[in-house]
Design a protein around this ligand. Sequence first.
Ligand SMILES: Cc1ncc(COP(=O)(O)O)c(C=O)c1O
Length: 386
Amino acid sequence: MAYIRPQHSSFNCVSPSIFRHGGDIWSLIEKGFKHEEILDFSASINPLGIPEGALNAIKEETKRLDHYPDPYQKEFRKALADYHDIDPAFIIAGNGSTELIYLVVRALNPKRVLIPVPTFSEYERASALNGSEILFFESKETSDNYYASYQIDRTALLKAMTSSRPDMVFLCNPNNPTGALLKKGEVMEIAEVARDLGIYLIVDEAFIDFVPSESVIKEVLSNPFLIVLRSMTKFYSLAGLRLGYGVFHENTVEKVWAFKEPWTVNSFALKAGIACINDKDFKARTLVVIKEWKNLVEELFKRLNIRYIPSEVNFYLFKFRDVSAYLKTQGILIRDCSDFRGLKDVGGEGGSCESKNWSEKWFRIAVRRPEEINRLFEELIKWAQD
Ligand SMILES: Cc1ncc(COP(=O)(O)O)c(C=O)c1O
């Protein structure tokens, strides 16, 4: 386990290069690409796009932009409450789940935070900005059973929680960037230890809509140290709108509200969110097509002898020689994962794509439509053969 103690004044550990994200279409637009020419595999967004009901709700809401949005988000929280069968009093919506990550850290002010890595970088940044001491629990790349790489060793994590006694642990489930999932029972085991030790366990379920049965959202009500965060960005393709929510125990919910800025969730997002969660067809269709399109991605990985981590969600982590600069020239974005803490970015023996012996890096791609997937793999082949 490694740890850093952030120097609040020096900001070393929050340098922008560490906290890059996918979805940087803007750098390609600067280079002259048109929006519609760009193929973005770097942000893991549902390729079906925004549900139609949400678009209609947004159009309708343009008539009411002279009013502030409801700072208490009552209608949206009520819709979420009905959907999850949870009292709306325990739900808070945010400007993306990112707002809530920062908010819980600010409100609960942990002295020490434990973060299993590799994972989403904003837990580290939020903790660093709060001046919290940060411990990293590292998972390993395993060469004997490659496909088990970067899976969290639960027993070791529980041991680390017991010995290092953090005040807060972040658990991204399913995890970004690996796509690995801890089953509900496994998360509950960690949550019970967290409760016994008085450690806040923040479970980030930004991608759980792809495996909804494994959510622990309802368990929050009986565990004062469990918090679950959800994002509407990925599954509902609302990245630009900014909408997420959290479920909090009655002991913490007031505290989190007390630290929240008003009106961070705009009127479009509040209305679109309601339309999304009520759209059962969209949900069912997404699960069917993503499964089908994942089969295609895996088939192509195997055909090209590319090593990848099995994924429960709509993205894959895989190893390849550094192809991202070439792909950019073709208007294609993939996520270069070399800035993920805890992910070894170069190395591994053997090679991908016709067994060339290359030094490789980790990349993440979203699952997109078949014609887009085929285009990406054609470019990979073309580049590898040059
Ligand atoms: C695991 C995880 N959590 C949270 C977020 C942030 O999502 P949002 O758009 O809801 O702020 C992301 C975005 O990439 C993510 O990957």
